[in-house]
Design a protein around this ligand. Structure first.
Ligand code: MIC
Ligand code: SF4
Length: 646
């Protein structure tokens, strides 16, 4: 049997385990990336491991999330990361250089290599044919130290793209269609590969839009072949020598297959408050929905191609008087090229508010919409409250749909705009890596001093797992709880990503304001969740903060991949109901017990949850690998690594 693209890369990087669906495999990681909101913690963890210099082929730290600098905290964290990079062999992308995924695609990504990043949209690199995955900061720290990255061998999904996109229909509409078909849970435990004659019609940035937002499917990652288009893109980035061809074998076996006719696709929008709540833009336009704000940018849609298309739509026109249009180019390369070709001037003349190239509004760093405001964004997540306005109505759309609404003030099907805008990929990108700082040479690294600001507080440490756990259900939540519910981001909180005690005041407050106080009052507890618990971001803070608040276990119908791994890394036990109906029987504040949990987990048996309040027992199920079991028993990855090295 032949291999899929992902299986080929996995086989070439397999360090341990068997490539059998459901088995744990350990992979050698060629490249890592971090961003600043997760990076500070990841580098504190890396320091705790005591490895002097990273062992990867390339590790890059980007500053793109926390760029508001409303106090000293962000700037201190940037300085900390910069000095760690210099000392330990990591490239440092300065603030102003742009969004990690966009830059990594432009300047560092290599087909056939493995990449993990402490950001859930790391699969963007799949647009270049990389096996690129989001991971918790601790996993990235371990990979930087030369350790394996462990995943469960995923199933393979093939999406066959046929035909060619019509005018004003774009890559964003492709991934929205995939989300409509598969839902935010549809990709869990799977890798999504794209193939078919439609692939060659898509440029690398368009492919990257699709793999980027594949994160919203819950997929381990998404990947495109590396072909002539990829070669041309890399040549235009001055990196042709890094190119290799990559395709699946003709007899490769896929567990699931879908077909999408690109020619028949129409503009789509993900309606509030989930990326899979997809409807045709034409329908929303027919309803006459008024638009208050339009934001164009983010790691999904901030390439030069996207920006040039927007500029063409805006050319010679003025943004509707009742709309605020914000545009953030994805990288300095994009920004510079927009300036050089005059497209930036077109945007400014139309009335766009140009933001620095960074995540910005996507992570709630400014540009929150007005009360109940309708905001059309080219981003990838529209979870409730993420924009910073609790009742904001966020729709995820393509740059074309966004630009059309910015001009008309209401939902507008861009295909009604008239002649197609024609924009070509450049033969040569503007290459200037002057905002990427190389690390110190090996002989100079010892003299580099790490600068630590007062906002950096030690991270919480878990204890070894006790024999019995007896506590209360301190919170019960429903399905599809996101990491934005567990540990919100936004301008007010994000500066404190290296200060877990402070962050604890905001844990789950979007669901229940009393949660942090209740945890403090009771000292320890468990959380009960529905299905797809922990979807969204890779932020390990969504595990470290509950750990700090005394959470010992989360019992849910099912978990999102990265979050489940983060819980185990933190020493919190993720447990699933064997019988989902038991979820309905438990109530918040019920007294529960996990008797002999340590022995049960150690023996690889299935635990039982006793509900003391209701006088009932519920069978739970776990599928921990031996390594995960040992980690949980030790109280998380750091304790486990320390024990192993003793
Ligand atoms: C996000 O889009 O939610 C983030 C902010 O990029 C996160 C990382 C974080 O929480 O720092 C992600 O996607 O992993
Ligand atoms: Fe940044 Fe938004 Fe992309 Fe996350 S999804 S990396 S916040 S642009």
């Amino acid at each position: 049997m032949g291999y899929t693209i992902a299986q080929k890369i996995i086989a070439a990087h397999l360090v341990s385990g068997e490539m059998k669906v459901g088995c744990e495999i350990g992979l050698r990681i060629d490249q890592t990336l971090t961003q600043d909101a997760t990076g500070t913690m990841a580098y504190l963890e890396f320091e705790a491991m005591g490895v002097p210099r990273v062992k990867t082929e390339r590790s890059v730290a980007y500053i793109d999330h926390n760029t508001l600098q409303t106090g000293f905290e962000n700037a201190d964290d940037h300085r900390f990361i910069q000095t760690v990079c210099k000392k330990h062999g990591i490239y440092y992308s300065r603030p102003g250089n742009g969004i990690c995924h966009q830059i990594h695609l432009e300047r560092f990504g290599i087909p056939g290599k493995t990449l993990i990043g402490s950001d859930s949209h790391t699969p963007t690199g799949g647009g270049l044919g990389m096996l690129a995955m989001g991971a918790g900061g601790m996993d990235v720290a371990v990979a930087m130290g030369g350790g394996e990255y462990f995943i469960t061998m995923p199933k393979m999904v093939r999406i066959n793209l046929h035909g060619q996109l019509g005018p004003y229909v774009s890559a964003k509409d492709v991934i929205l269609e995939v989300l409509r078909i598969m839902s935010v849970k549809g990709g869990v435990g799977k890798i999504v590969e794209y193939s078919g004659d439609g692939v060659q019609t898509l440029s690398v940035p368009e492919r990257a839009t699709i793999t980027n937002m594949g994160a919203e499917l819950g997929a381990s990652t998404s990947i495109f072949p590396s072909d002539e288009t990829t070669r041309k893109f890399m040549a235009a980035q001055g990196r042709e020598s890094d190119w290799v061809a990559l395709a699946s074998d003709p007899d490769a076996d896929y567990d699931e297959e879908y077909d999408i006719d690109l020619s028949a696709l129409r503009p789509l929008a993900a309606c509030p408050h989930s990326p899979d709540n997809v409807r045709p833009v034409a329908e929303l336009a027919a309803e006459g929905i008024k638009v208050d704000q339009v934001c164009i940018g983010s790691c999904t849609n901030s390439s030069l191609l996207d920006m040039l298309r927007v500029a063409e739509i805006l050319r010679g026109r003025t943004v509707h008087p009742e709309v605020s249009l914000a545009i953030a180019p994805g990288s300095k390369q994009v920004y510079n090229m927009l300036a050089d070709c005059g497209a930036l001037s077109v945007m400014i003349a139309a009335g766009a508010r140009i933001l620095e190239c960074a995540c910005g509004p996507c992570i709630g760093m400014g540009q929150s919409p007005n009360s109940a405001g309708v905001s059309l964004r080219t981003f990838n997540r529209n979870f409730e409250g993420r924009s910073g306005t609790a009742d904001g109505q966020i729709y995820l759309v393509s740059p074309e749909t966004a630009a059309a609404a910015a001009l008309t003030g209401c939902f507008t099907d861009p295909t009604t705009l008239g002649d197609a805008v024609k924009v070509d990929m450049p033969d040569k990108f503007l290459i200037n890596d002057n905002l990427i700082v190389a690390p110190a040479d090996e002989q100079d690294m010892d003299s580099v001093e790490i600068k630590r600001g007062p906002n950096i507080k030690p991270f919480p440490k878990a204890d070894a797992m006790p024999e019995d756990i007896a506590c209360k259900v301190l919170l019960k939540v429903g399905d599809n709880i996101t990491t934005d519910h567990i540990m919100p981001a936004g301008a007010k909180i994000l500066p404190y990503r290296s200060n877990i005690p402070f962050l604890a005041n905001f844990c789950f407050t979007r669901c229940d304001e009393q949660f942090p106080d209740r945890c403090r009052e009771h000292g320890s507890g468990v959380i009960v969740g529905g299905s797809n618990y922990g979807q969204g971001s890779s932020r390990e803070h969504a595990a470290l903060v509950p750990l700090y608040l005394g959470i010992k276990a989360v019992v849910a119908k099912s978990f999102a991949r990265i979050h489940a791994a983060n819980l185990i890394n933190a020493g919190i036990i993720p447990l699933t109901f064997e019988n989902e109906a038991d979820y309905d029987k438990i109530e918040q504040m019920d007294e529960v017990r996990l008797d002999n949990i340590r022995s049960v987990i150690a023996a690889g048996e299935q635990p039982v949850l006793t509900n003391v309040t209701k006088g009932e027992t519920y069978r739970l199920s776990t599928a921990f690998s031996e390594r995960q079991r040992d980690m949980l028993l030790a109280g998380g990855l750091l304790n486990y690594t320390r024990e192993k090295n003793q």
